[in-house]
Unconditional design. Structure first.
Length: 205
């Protein structure tokens, strides 16, 4: 198979209701956490400056048909995409950290949402000014006061496969660091999203 390396960009985003807070962009907000520092930046990563984890992506599945399936290998911090058993893509990931596990098991994609937002993690902001009051808000712990609102963290190209856990575009620090979700570089999150469908098998090892 001719694996053509996929040049990734520092366009970072992320995380679902059990995944974690992140900086919000294009929401007219100020400030934010370092969870997705750089989200929205589109400067290409060159081969000499790329994060080794993010530069190890490839995709060669656009022209190939077949039934899709996904395998997530936590020990490798990688996700594999297959079509009828043939490997067509590999992406680095960041899965759950030591206190927020990404459980092993056999699952299926139950939701696709290109513009998903967390119902649990995000920011509390001032309604009038848009100023960030709490950057890393947990809706189960932090309640907006009068004149404030909770804004869920955006998680582009979201593929839910285990209740509150899914795959989506997000920051990859090079190790397991999420609140349970599986973060991917944005270009690879988009490919997985476009080629998976409801019912696609997801195996987490």
């Amino acid at each position: 198979m001719n694996y053509r390396p996929l040049l990734v960009s520092v366009a970072l985003s992320a995380l679902l209701s059990s995944c974690g807070p992140l900086a919000l962009v294009n929401k007219n907000l100020r400030g934010g956490s370092d969870y997705l520092a750089g989200l929205g930046v589109t400067t290409p990563i060159s081969p000499t400056t790329a994060n080794p984890a993010e530069s190890s992506s490839f995709w060669d599945g656009d022209s190939l048909g077949g039934y899709p399936s996904i395998r997530i290998v936590r020990a490798e911090q990688k996700a594999y995409f297959y079509k009828s058993g043939e490997l067509v893509g590999v992406s680095p990931i960041s899965s759950g950290d030591s206190t927020h596990n990404t459980p092993a098991g056999s699952y299926k994609v139950t939701e696709k949402d290109i513009d998903h937002a967390s119902s649990r993690y995000g920011q509390i902001v001032d309604v009038a000014t848009g100023a960030t009051i709490i950057a890393d808000a947990d809706s189960q712990k932090h309640k907006p006061a009068a004149g404030q609102k909770f804004v869920g963290a955006p998680m582009p190209y979201f593929l839910r496969f285990n209740w509150g856990i899914g795959m989506h575009a997000g920051h990859l620090p090079g190790y397991a660091a999420s609140h349970g979700c599986v973060r991917m570089p944005r270009p690879m999150a988009r490919k997985f999203f476009e080629h998976a469908h409801l019912g696609t098998s997801v195996i987490v090892e």
